[in-house]
Design a protein around this ligand. Structure first.
Ligand code: FES
Length: 138
């Protein structure tokens, strides 16, 4: 690649050793009457960015556009090297920020991504939509 050519993918920007909390920024909350501007998912993401700026957290934040869980928005996905991936739905951007941060921290601190049910914040215990086997390890 010459100096003037742009890379085809921004892989370097996405390389991280930290687990990742992906937040759908295009979600509308499942209990909402209508879409908002900004969307509920974007509000959730922005609030998590603010919270993360105040703390040294063991995970990275990433915006995502649709996790194909639109009927149960706001949706987030946790993934990391050697860890099971998890999709959560119905995350309330008003009331669940601290709990989501707690869950993502426990996820990041785990060896395999599995956070025992009783160790999950109560508000998120019943919000798992799917879990996905790790690509590597296990
Ligand atoms: S718009 Fe958020 S999961 Fe589809």
């Amino acid at each position: 690649m010459t100096r003037n050519q742009k890379p085809r993918h921004k892989k370097i920007d996405l390389m991280t050793t930290k687990p990742r909390l992906n937040i759908c920024i295009t979600c509308t909350a499942s209990n909402a009457d209508a879409q908002t501007d900004p969307r509920h998912g974007k509000m959730l993401f922005d609030r998590m960015v603010e919270l993360c700026a105040e703390r040294d957290l063991p995970f990275d934040l990433r915006p995502a556009e649709c996790l194909t869980n639109c009927k149960s928005g706001c949706s987030v996905a946790l993934n990391g090297s050697g860890k099971w991936g998890y999709v959560y739905g119905n995350v309330d951007p008003e009331t669940m920020i601290d709990d989501l941060c707690d869950l993502a921290t426990r996820y990041a601190d785990s060896d395999d991504g599995i956070v025992a049910w009783r160790e999950r914040p109560e508000t998120l215990r019943r919000n798992v939509i799917a879990r996905i086997p790790p690509l590597d390890g296990i």
